[in-house]
Design a protein around this ligand. Structure first.
Ligand SMILES: [Mn+2]
Length: 383
């Protein structure tokens, strides 16, 4: 096990005395880092849902039950196949912390004639921050399934209450770092990072609904991977504040292996600390992830996405994951929706130990023909 953060997680797990689960943090060690995954389900941005007549919302298919949290509105985001074996195969026990329900704030007028739904997003983020805080405090690694990327306001804020020293890996086609004063669209899901960074606070106005939010990470605590659609003001911020990023061009140039190496060197080079992974499905190429709000050509391949997730798992430091912007309402067909949601599940499962080379967590040794049949009484499956 590597470093104090991983040790702290182990200690915490032992402290609460739960025996559920199992995730191999370091395969060379016989000791397993015990993690638990908590799962928070965050519905699509309420205003978007409200644009859709309720009869168009698909009921949850049977197959969506594998991932706890699948509700009618977004069944497609999780459906397609029963996922619980995937998590069990990776050695995880999943605790569903329930869907978060939000009531849009009435008369939620534009901020500055541009920024949409500030009070609704602010309040929802506050609720999510409290929930993530509780999940992490209880010894879980917390998965938050969105919803749009504004939810990172809440998930990262809540996570930092337990781990003020955490770092963030933001995998996305977009930097999501516009301020409310530079945003071209007025969408808060294009702005969450600006609210979170301490160094940007003199550039960020106080929005109605945001008074609870305190900046909680520094510019050196975040690394972007996959950028390819960055607004001029965002590029100015990245360059002038010295924020580390690896665009798709950098991935072409260095290769994904070098990019991950440099990411970890930047974030973990001086000290091991918990990782918050904020993964936007639009980081993938639209061919792979079509059912999303702002697809951009030239994204991650499946293999690059899985490599990122495997490498993050292998650090043993993953403490929270956001998986955002899977929007089944935007798929042109059920196939597109399934492809996008299956991809999202593969990212999550890989982050928690699913590997392409196979895993031997549940397999201790091969049976031999001469073995007596008393093996029934022995524990062959370790879970
Ligand atoms: Mn995003």
């Amino acid at each position: 096990l590597k470093g104090p953060a991983a040790a702290a997680l182990v200690q915490r797990e032992r402290g609460v005395g739960c025996g559920g689960f199992v995730g191999a943090a370091d395969r060379s060690s016989s000791e397993l880092l015990r993690l638990r995954a908590g799962l928070v389900y965050f519905p699509l941005c309420p205003p978007r849902l409200h644009d859709v007549p309720s009869q168009q919302l698909r009921p949850a298919p049977e197959t969506a039950r594998g991932l706890p949290g699948a509700s009618a509105e977004e069944a497609g985001a999780l459906g397609g196949r029963d996922r619980s074996p995937v998590f069990q195969g990776a050695g995880c026990q999943v605790y569903d912390l329930g869907d978060l329900k939000f009531t849009p704030v009435p008369n939620d007028e534009l901020y500055n004639n541009l920024v949409k739904h500030p009070r609704s997003v602010g309040l929802a983020s506050q609720v999510l921050a409290d929930t993530v805080n509780e999940a992490v405090a209880a010894g879980h690694s917390c998965i938050t399934i969105g919803g749009d990327h504004s939810l990172a306001l809440g998930s990262i804020s809540g996570h930092t209450r337990q781990y003020p020293d955490l770092c963030v890996i933001w995998v996305d086609a977009h930097a999501d770092i516009n301020t409310p004063l530079t945003t071209p669209s007025g969408n808060l899901h294009g702005q969450p990072v600006s609210f979170l960074l301490r160094e940007l606070q003199d550039k960020v106005p106080l929005l109605p609904g945001f008074s609870w939010l305190k900046p909680c990470i520094s510019r050196s605590d975040i690394v972007y991977i996959g950028l390819r659609d960055v607004d001029p003001a965002e590029h100015y911020i990245l360059k002038n504040y010295g924020i580390q990023y690896f665009s798709m061009r950098d991935i072409d140039h260095f290769g994904i292996q070098k990019v991950m190496e440099r990411t970890f060197e930047h974030l973990l080079g001086r000290a091991q600390r918990p990782i918050h992974l904020s993964f936007d499905i639009d980081a993938f190429d639209p061919v792979l992830a079509p059912a999303t709000g702002t697809p951009v050509l030239g994204g991650l391949t499946y293999r690059e996405g899985m490599y990122i997730s495997e490498e993050i798992h292998n650090t043993g430091l993953l403490s929270a994951v956001d998986l955002v912007e899977v929007n089944p309402l935007l798929g042109a067909s059920q196939e597109e929706v399934n492809a996008t949601s299956n991809l999202a599940v593969d990212v999550i499962a890989t982050c928690f130990g699913q590997t392409r080379e196979g895993a031997h967590i549940r397999f201790d040794e091969l049976p031999t023909p001469s073995s007596p049949d008393e093996s029934d009484s022995e524990e062959q499956v370790r879970m």
